[in-house]
Design a protein around this ligand. Structure first.
Ligand SMILES: *Cc1c(COP(=O)(O)O)cnc(C)c1O
Length: 361
């Protein structure tokens, strides 16, 4: 088996997905399953569809294109580049939008391709990433959309806890319902969808804090990693779905402080070293080109990650009870950022297991 290897426990993903789909349905909420943290991986997308997902959402058109064969609606999460309007229309059914310039391009393209595209107009409720912030802008955009061909304003959406780290709350989401009502009164349009955010919004399930009217969530991290707001595990969901394994290519006893006058490292930083004497150091064949060392942690808690460069990960294995040799592998847990980059790296081999796995290190 080639390394580095990332093993994905599909069974746990299916478990998380079915649970969230069922729990959301009980609250009148449909789940769009988000695949961007796994680079639009078709195996994982299929697992979501097998677990009751009817809409797959991703931030990249290129990922939606990879998923063309999978039978479900495709939603583009990142507001589109105007220059990509043709592919956006070709590979998506639902598009999150905020700029009228781009919406007009989508309308033209949809007309050319004889398609109708559903739009979700993004409203910025304070997180300060995408979306219209001021009410007059929202109403003006809605008014302009009503004059455009081959597009349908399906609903409104918002995204929180991403850039500004704003915690989703009932009060914040109620604003979305108010805007929907205003649009109904002014334009006589009854919007079908209010898309109330990402995995961070699941915290509102607990005390029934999701306002009536919110009927969609776009969930990635919760399904695929079992985490929600502040990257904390969500109770009742499976975690440890991914195991990273990297191979040791050098194992040597060396001093813990570099020898010689120190300048900057490979990334322009000035590293600081503590003298711990002579230590056993293992170099694994994986690097920052695949993952940031800060985004992984060894299952064996006696192993210390010392750092890494583009293609090397350096570990201190002195205190490990298990004695390693060159050619052995070391197993790691990964976080959100680690999943994102490892799934994107073409150098990392992905293995999908549909049976329960046990970790021995
Ligand atoms: C990433 C993203 C999501 C999903 O977020 P998770 O935290 O992974 O659930 C939902 N909506 C938008 C617009 C996103 O960019």
């Amino acid at each position: 088996m080639p390394y580095p290897k990332l093993t994905v426990d599909i069974k746990k993903i299916k478990y998380n997905c079915s649970r969230l789909v069922k729990e959301s349905a009980g609250k009148g909420i449909e789940v769009a399953g988000v695949t961007k943290v796994v680079c639009g991986n078709p195996n994982i997308a299929q697992a979501l569809v097998d677990s009751g997902i009817k809409i797959i959402a991703d931030s990249r058109v290129e990922n939606l294109k990879k998923l063309s064969e999978i039978k479900c609606k495709k939603m583009l999460l990142r507001i589109p580049m105007p220059s990509q309007a043709d592919d956006v229309v070709r590979y998506s059914d639902i598009v999150l939008v905020s700029e009228i310039f781009t919406i007009k391009k989508l309308s033209e393209q949809a007309h050319n391709q004889k398609k109708v595209i559903d739009l979700i107009l993004m409203i910025d409720l304070g997180d300060l990433r995408e979306g219209l912030f001021y009410e007059n802008e929202i109403l003006k955009t809605v008014s302009e959309i009503t004059h455009l061909k081959n597009i349908k304003l399906l609903g409104l959406g918002t995204n929180l806890s991403c850039y500004g780290a704003v915690i989703p709350s009932r009060e914040i989401l109620e604003k979305l319902v108010l805007i929907k009502n205003k649009i109904k009164n002014l334009f006589n349009i009854d919007l079908e969808i209010l898309s109330g955010g990402n995995s961070g919004s699941i915290r509102l399930f607990e005390d029934n804090q999701i306002p009536a009217g919110i009927n969609q969530l776009r969930l990635g991290a919760s399904i695929i990693l079992g985490i929600g707001i502040d990257h904390l595990p969500i109770e009742g969901l499976s975690a440890e779905i991914f195991i990273l394994e990297a191979e040791i290519i050098e194992l040597r006893k060396k001093p813990s402080k570099p020898v010689g006058k120190q300048g900057l490292d490979a990334f322009g930083n000035k590293p600081v070293f503590i003298d711990m004497g002579i230590r056993s150091r293992a170099i694994c064949a994986i690097g920052r080109q695949d993952v940031n060392p800060e985004d992984i942690s060894p299952f064996n808690d006696k192993i210390i990650i010392l750092g890494g460069s583009s293609d090397h990960l350096i570990l201190d294995v002195t205190d490990s009870e298990k004695k390693f040799e060159v050619g052995d592998t070391v197993k790691f847990r990964i976080n959100y950022g680690g999943c994102l980059s490892l799934m994107t790296s073409p150098y990392v081999h992905k293995e999908f297991s549909d049976s329960a796995s046990s970790v021995d290190f």
